[in-house]
Design a protein. Structure first.
Length: 259
């Protein structure tokens, strides 16, 4: 597992005078499961939005699968990417959003099959077969004909996971996938994500406030603060013996809040 599939090289992101990502550099290897933790406003979700091309960058270079994401290789080096390049790069990534983002007027089945048919060019039969497999994976086979409003929040988020997987991404991003859920529904979503991590050779990048889950699922944990990585390491080391005072302070507060 030593082949980088995501690289941030001195990436800068600003909003006006506020620097959200400050010369951020890190790599994620193919097949690795990495969790980003940190206080609110530390730049965690911005990383995911940049990877999904929902936010641009103001400096540095992002690479996905060895190719620059926000740039194209031109005769004079790297140039700003055009829409065709961004569209091509986007196909490698799938994202599970905090707020589900399902289409309310479409059934569960159509929420999952719409993009594979329209974007990937699959036949309706192929898309349906893929959707059936994914609904079984997330434990929702019997809900295919329902509409989002007929589902619990946990069920809607599991549909969101199936929809992201339907595009066959090599990288799956999770942006606080349980934060909009009632506490009793969190476990069912975490169980599905945990099964994905165990059974599938996906690269996964998660932003979560669920520290126990981060400890269980991750190969590596990155602790962000003020747009930089303060500390990174295996979950065993980072959660039990962090080397930085800022990490210790954050974990003490967070774990106290969870107890």
């Amino acid at each position: 597992m030593n082949e980088p599939i995501i690289t941030f090289d001195k990436v800068v992101k600003t909003y006006g005078d506020h620097t959200v990502l400050d010369q951020l550099s890190f790599q994620i290897n193919k097949g690795e499961k990495v969790t980003i933790i940190g206080p609110s406003g530390s730049g965690k979700s911005t990383v995911l939005r940049i990877l999904m091309t929902l936010e641009g960058i103001d400096g540095g270079v992002v690479y996905v699968g060895g190719e620059p994401l926000w740039h194209e290789r031109g005769p004079n080096g790297l140039e700003p990417a055009g829409e065709a390049h961004l569209h091509h790069m986007r196909g490698q990534l799938g994202m599970v959003f905090q707020q589900f983002n399902l289409f309310p007027h479409m059934t569960v089945l159509r929420n999952i099959t719409e993009a594979p048919v329209k974007v990937l060019g699959l036949s309706k039969a192929e898309a349906r077969e893929r959707a059936d497999e994914l609904l079984e994976l997330v434990g929702l086979s019997e809900h295919a004909r329902k509409y989002p409003h007929q589902l619990s929040g946990g069920q809607q988020q599991r549909v969101g996971i199936a929809r992201a997987l339907a595009m066959r991404p090599s990288i799956l991003l999770f942006d606080e996938p349980t934060s909009a859920l009632d506490p009793e529904l969190v476990g069912e979503v975490l169980n599905v994500i945990g099964r994905l991590a165990e059974e599938h050779d996906l690269t996964m990048l998660l932003v979560t406030h669920e520290m126990r889950f981060a400890r269980e699922i991750s190969d590596r944990v990155l602790f962000f603060d003020r747009g930089r990585i303060v500390e990174e390491g295996s979950p065993e080391r980072l959660f039990t013996a962090p080397s930085q005072e800022r990490t210790r302070e954050f974990l003490k507060t967070t774990l106290e809040d969870m107890s």
